[in-house]
Design a protein around this ligand. Structure first.
Ligand SMILES: [Zn+2]
Ligand SMILES: [Zn+2]
Length: 171
């Protein structure tokens, strides 16, 4: 799991927030790690602290926020997933199939993984960590309003040398 969630760039755990550039362990807030893969290659990765994530999402219109919530509720069988998660001795099992459509990772062209860390840097095992295939990520992004897509695109462009289609941070 440490390897999955490490920065491919440094080979170590993420240490800075992509937005405020502060050391994650010093912020005293949870943070999210997102990585997007095309085939075997990681094409985008970042960690974002909770306050920055809220700042990014805040201007997004209510319809977009609702669309993401609706997607996550309607397109993911949480009851089944939570049962599986609990049976898994190792949380990396969550990365074997898309959390939504259940497609196996080995057959995917692209996918994203997301994980939540608490303020002390321990992995939180709840709804996250999870893996979502690119087509499902695309469906979720498509549900955003044009305004929501613009805000999300601006974030990716500004901090991640977009354009990228990453959506993990929307979770
Ligand atoms: Zn931050
Ligand atoms: Zn999927």
């Amino acid at each position: 799991m440490d390897e999955w969630l490490a920065s491919e760039e440094t080979g170590e755990a993420f240490s800075l927030c992509v937005c405020c550039r502060l050391p994650l362990v010093e912020i005293d807030e949870p943070w999210l790690v997102n990585k997007e893969f095309v085939g075997e290659e990681c094409v985008m990765e970042y960690a974002i602290c909770q306050p920055c994530r809220e700042r990014v999402m805040e201007p997004m219109d209510e319809a977009s926020k609702q669309a993401v919530r609706t997607f996550l509720e309607a397109q993911i069988d949480w009851e089944a997933r939570v049962k599986e998660f609990m049976l898994d001795a190792d949380a990396t099992g969550r990365f074997h199939h898309c959390v939504s459509c259940r497609a196996p990772r080995s057959g995917l062209m692209g996918y994203g993984i997301s994980a939540l860390f608490d303020s002390g840097g321990s992995l939180v095992e709840g709804a996250l960590p999870l893996m979502m295939c690119s087509p499902c990520v695309g469906k979720m992004t498509a549900a955003l309003t044009p305004q929501g897509r613009m805000i999300w695109g601006r974030f990716l462009e500004r901090y991640l040398d977009g354009p990228a289609t990453g959506t993990g941070g929307l979770l």
